[in-house]
Ligand binder design. Sequence first.
Ligand SMILES: Cc1ncc(COP(=O)(O)O)c(C=O)c1O
Length: 402
Amino acid sequence: MPSLDPESIRNDFPILAKLVYLDNAATSLSPRQVVEAQVTAEYHYRANVGRGIHRLSRMATHQYQDARETVRQFLGGGQGTLVFTKNTTEATNIVAQGLNWKKTDRITTVLQDHHSNLLPWYRLKNEGRVAGIDTVPLNDGVIESSDIEACITPETRLVAVGHASNVFGTIAPVKAIADVCRDHDVALLIDGAQTAPHLHIDLEEIGCDFFCFSGHKMLGPMGTGGLWISDAVSEENIPRPLFAGGGMVDCVEGTAFTPVTGPGRYEAGTPNVIGAVGLAAAVRYLSRLGMENVGRHSAALARRMLSGLSEIPGVRVYTPADAPLIGTVSFTVDGVHPHEVAYFLDEAAGIMVRSGEHCCQPLMHALGLNGGTVRASAYCYNTEDDIDMLIATTEEIAGMVR
Ligand SMILES: Cc1ncc(COP(=O)(O)O)c(C=O)c1O
């Protein structure tokens, strides 16, 4: 079975010589190849796209379109449109603000999800644009399709679900959820911020309507991401692009204007051309590694964290033991604030983790965790040594307060 060789991958990430990077669920690092693709674009075809006739503009337009196609194919999204956004949050808001809601509509959300997949929907409810939100309550961190089905009512118009929890690291069965949504004639939006970096995504096989993701979590540049819209969703269903302005319009007469069709409709203004080129380089890099290998490697490191941390007296692990995982594990150390744990891990051993609420206040409230958790998240360049260092240093911290 082919697998990853993190030691050789690490050569492409010079910063790893100096530290142990386990904050990948927040933002991953970019390899040399991604940085170089952007530098080449800067030096050789920095120009706006779809606007100029000169050769730089034509080159930039070609590269931008090529990047779009590369990312679309990477996600198995041949039967849909790939819109470039600056992140998952923007992608989700394009859908939330763009759909032609009826005041009687209801939306199903999941309590453990990230604010970016809750607040856009909450706002619709708060503004009276939809009738209500039905939320899957906290369980053990594992979402089943039956949990979603239990929240669907005859008025439900959309289910918005996180593909993987950025706190627990658990993966939701999105194909089964898509089947449930189809049975009930409800649209499905998947927040793929945490899975696009780790899993082989096949959007056509999943059968969702919308998929949102962030490039900066999958080796790509900061300020990149995307929204995939299935061909099953007609543009009349999203009559109101979030942004209006240059580049997204076909014709303006008086104060009336008609947006173009296709992805440009949702990309008003000058896009992040260099970022898109970098994101395409990132998905090419991931494709060379093989997403099955990446996913297996991340999950194996998560299991190692899980078993090592669970054995330390005074450490509570929140990631369930038997669930399918991306590379993420959340824990706390009794008597030590998560921020102090994170600070000590950095100061003592150069280990970077995230601490706090992870943009999941409803979840943290339900867990009764005022300071949140410590979250360690692994990726393709992490090694077993990184994980063992995390476990040993956490043991030291827990030992200091016993
Ligand atoms: C599950 C999930 N959804 C959405 C987001 C928001 O991503 P971004 O800040 O790139 O928009 C994150 C970021 O951590 C996330 O983990």
